[in-house]
Structure formats: structure tokens, C-alpha cells
Design a protein around this ligand. Structure first.
Ligand code: NOJ
Length: 445
């Protein structure tokens, strides 16, 4: 049985959250609309038409919620700053109430003895900026830099741990290529211009933090998934390498100074060439203190010539009769170990931190308790994978569970429950799940 102490006394343990998913008060206290406020009002975009207006009402309940983080035994609280709460139009006017709110959240963490980790961009772009093209527009970089600057100058004395972006591949692919997340744009042209501006933003953001925050520990996060070819045929192996190029390499490699990956693949070669003035140049590169990895599933892919460009198709866990969560995501801790290893093999990465990992299950509140044994088993397996990687010398400095409490799971609305704490969205009553108590016990040992 593994224990928290096996990871060493300087290992950080936390829970991660994001503003849009928990705060609510989405149109109050001077906050401007975000792309998610707009997107969620479009019919058919979010399951059951769920809205973010109230979410977990963290805006009014942060005191109690941060106390829960403490009660469960964690020492780190990761949250994000809502860009439109601070700058309702994206740039220019600063909302003093928004500024105060995050001061309160930070102070609450510090009073409770928790270390705050701030994510600057966790997907809630101000709608005013999307109206000008969002991440596809060149002007986004000026606006983002202004936002980072406000955050760094305002909170940099109190907060030293920063994450520039949350899962850049996630929001550029789902939001600007597939159209299933906000702002709902589609197509390769939108995708690639969003990718490029986002890659610039991650490095620029790092530089601004470095200049403004003395003693800062600066990271950024990536979604990562081991990509497994369905068979060992050349076609499947090549299909898997194309998916790997987009899912795992697209943002880390320019940040490390390696330029965009995938020169052997025509579409990526064209993209790289059209951005050649930027390739291998300083602007895409930043020397991060740590890289945050977020893992939820491996991906098994096979060749499919009918799929444009990628020519790859996902083989679902369910159809392979493999264990999976309520999201249909394969549970496979060995693949978590292997993808950590893949990232650890970049010599320039100094430290890795698992900044999100967790699972959704169909939790039921029965007689005042939620007995989520599957989630406990999930964490046991995944923590063992982290410990194995660490034991082999991979420099992993912390782990954050996703997530503190059930919340707004983007296009899934409130249906997918990932929390260690159950939330009744009608009453906002919080109930610690068995997995929350399991963590409380685990962190004591
Ligand atoms: C990663 C995202 O950062 C987070 O916002 C989301 O809720 C989890 N994945 C689960 O899908």
C-alpha cells in the first residue's frame, strides 16, 4: 500500500479547479461575458442546456470551499483567474471588484496555510476579444500580455506559483477546430492560427511573469495521452504518430526551442513553413521552471482514410472492452506512466508536476454519503504510476487531483462528476465522498 510519505517530504499535494467551472456569478460584480457564457446559451451545445450562471457558487462560498481543501489534507490549491472578471472587455478597463475577489481567495489560502497555484488562462476568454477573432487574431497576444501583466503586478507579491495556460491543445482543438467547445469554431485554418497565437502566448506569458514576479515558479500545463496504434501495421503506426504530434508535441516542442513538430507530415510542414519566421526563434521559447502534465486517458487509434488530414480514428475503450470511466475514457495507469516517461525524456524539462488527474463516475448520494470506490481504486493505480516514474528518477515534484468538487464539466454540463466532494447543484450542499476521506487518510501517512 503506497503512502504519501513515499513521495518525499517536499512533494506537493493539491487539488485543481478552474474559474468558469466553479465560480458562478457569471454576470455579476462587474464581470464581462466569456466565450463560455455565450457558447452555453447556444442551443444544443451543452448537455441538457446547462448554464454557468451559478456553477458551484464558489464566488460566494470560497471561504468554506478552501476550508474543505484544508480539511482533506492538501497543501496546494490550484485555481484560475477569470480574465473577463478582471478585464471585462479583455483589455483596458480593470474591474476592481474582480481584483478584490482574487485577493480574497489568495488571502484565504494563505490564512489556511495553503499554497496558491494560479492558472492564468483556463479557457474563459472574454467574449469582447472573441468578437475580434479570439485566439485566431494576431491582436490576442497584446491583450493576453496585458492581462498577464495585471495579474503579475497585482498578485505577484503574494503568489509565487503560476501556470500560464491550461491545456492549449484542448482549447485550440475542441474550440477552434472541432467546434464542440467555446467559441465553437471549426476548420484547420482557425485551428492553426489559434495554435500559433497560443504558442506565442505561453512563452510571452512566462517572460512577463519572470520580469514582474520575483522568485516566481513558472509553469504551464499540457494534456497528454499515450497514443497507441491499434495494430502494428505501418498505416496504424503512422496514424498514431500523427495524433501524437498534435496531442503531445504541438506546444511543448516550440516552448523548448525545438520549433513545431512533425516536419515529416505535409500539413505540419506547411504550417511550420508559413510560420518560419517564428520557428526556432526566441519568441516561442521559454525556460519554464516546471511543466504541468494532465492525463485522463490513452488513445488507441487506427488508420482511416476517410478522415481528412489526420487519417486516424479513435478506437473507443468500450468497444475494446477495456475498463473506462463515466466519460468513456480508458482507465490505464501503465499508459499514464509511459506518457510521463515520454515527456520526461525531453532533456530541457527541469521539473514535472502532475497538475490534473482524476475520473468521473456515476456518483450517487445515498443516505448522506457518496461511496465512490471506483474513484479510490483509480487514484491508487494512478498514484502508483507516478511513484514508479519518480522512483526511476523522473523529476516529479507534485500531484494535483482533479477536482475539489463536482462542477461545470464544459460541454458535459453538470452531468460528469469528477469531484472529491459531491455537489448538489440545487442546494449547493457539499458532501465529502469516500474518495475525499480516502485522500484525507492517504495524506496523513
Ligand atoms: C482538463 C481540463 O483542464 C478541466 O477543465 C476538465 O474539467 C478536466 N480535463 C476533465 O475533463
Amino acid at each position: 500500500m503506497i503512502k504519501a510519505s513515499d513521495f518525499g517530504s517536499d512533494f506537493s499535494w493539491g487539488v485543481a479547479t478552474a474559474a468558469a467551472q466553479i465560480e458562478g456569478a457569471s454576470d455579476q460584480y462587474g464581470k464581462g461575458p466569456s466565450i463560455w457564457d455565450t457558447f452555453s446559451k447556444r442551443s444544443g451545445k451543452i448537455k441538457k442546456g446547462h448554464q454557468l450562471v451559478t456553477a458551484c457558487d464558489f464566488y460566494h462560498r470560497y471561504h468554506e470551499d478552501i476550508a474543505l481543501v484544508k480539511l482533506l489534507g492538501f497543501s496546494v490549491f490550484r485555481f484560475s483567474i477569470s480574465w473577463p472578471r478582471l478585464l471585462p472587455y479583455g483589455d483596458g478597463l480593470v474591474n476592481e471588484e474582480g481584483i478584490r475577489f482574487y485577493h480574497n481567495v489568495i488571502d484565504e489560502c494563505l490564512e489556511q496555510g495553503l499554497t496558491p497555484y494560479i492558472t492564468l488562462y483556463h479557457w474563459d476568454l472574454p467574449q469582447a476579444l472573441e468578437d475580434e477573432g479570439g485566439w485566431t487574431a494576431f491582436g490576442i497576444n497584446t491583450a493576453f500580455n496585458a492581462f498577464v501583466s495585471v495579474c503579475a503586478k497585482t498578485y505577484g507579491d503574494k503568489v509565487k506559483n503560476w501556470l500560464v495556460l491550461n491545456e492549449p491543445f484542448g482549447f485550440t482543438s475542441l474550440g477552434y477546430m472541432l467546434g464542440v467547445h467555446a467559441p465553437g469554431k471549426t476548420g484547420l485554418t482557425n485551428f492553426f492560427s489559434a495554435v500559433h497565437h497560443t504558442a506565442i502566448a505561453q512563452a510571452d506569458g512566462g517572460r512577463i511573469l519572470r520580469a514582474e514576479v520575483s522568485g516566481a515558479n513558472i509553469g504551464t500545463t499540457y494534456s497528454c495521452s499515450e497514443v497507441i496504434p491499434y495494430t502494428q501495421s505501418d498505416a496504424d503506426v503512422l496514424a498514431a504518430s500523427r495524433v501524437d504530434c498534435l496531442m503531445n508535441r504541438l506546444f511543448i516542442e516550440p516552448a523548448l526551442g525545438l520549433g513545431y513538430p512533425g516536419e515529416e507530415w505535409e500539413v505540419m510542414e506547411k504550417f511550420s513553413i508559413s510560420h518560419s519566421t517564428w520557428r526556432h526563434t526566441e519568441r516561442l521559447t521559454f525556460d519554464f521552471d516546471f511543466i504541468g502534465l494532465q492525463n485522463y486517458f490513452p488513445l488507441t487509434v487506427k488508420y482511416n482514410g476517410f478522415i481528412p488530414v489526420l487519417q486516424a480514428w479513435e478506437v473507443k475503450a468500450k468497444s475494446m472492452k477495456k475498463p473506462h470511466t463515466a466519460m468513456g475514457w480508458e482507465v490505464n495507469a501503465d499508459s499514464f506512466y509511459r506518457i510521463i516517461k515520454q515527456f520526461a525524456s525531453y532533456p530541457k524539462i527541469k521539473n514535472l508536476m502532475i497538475t490534473e488527474n482524476g475520473a468521473a463516475y456515476q456518483d450517487k448520494l445515498i443516505g448522506g454519503t457518496v461511496d465512490d470506490q471506483e474513484r479510490i481504486e483509480y487514484f491508487k493505480l494512478y498514484l502508483a504510476a507516478v511513484l514508479k516514474a519518480k522512483g526511476e528518477g523522473m523529476n516529479i515534484t507534485g500531484y494535483m487531483a482533479w477536482t475539489l468538487m463536482d462542477n461545470f464539466e464544459w460541454a458535459e454540463g453538470y452531468n460528469a462528476r469528477f469531484g472529491l466532494v459531491y455537489n448538489d447543484f440545487k442546494t449547493q450542499q457539499r458532501t465529502i465522498k469516500s474518495s475525499g476521506y480516502w485522500w484525507q487518510d492517504f495524506l496523513k501517512k
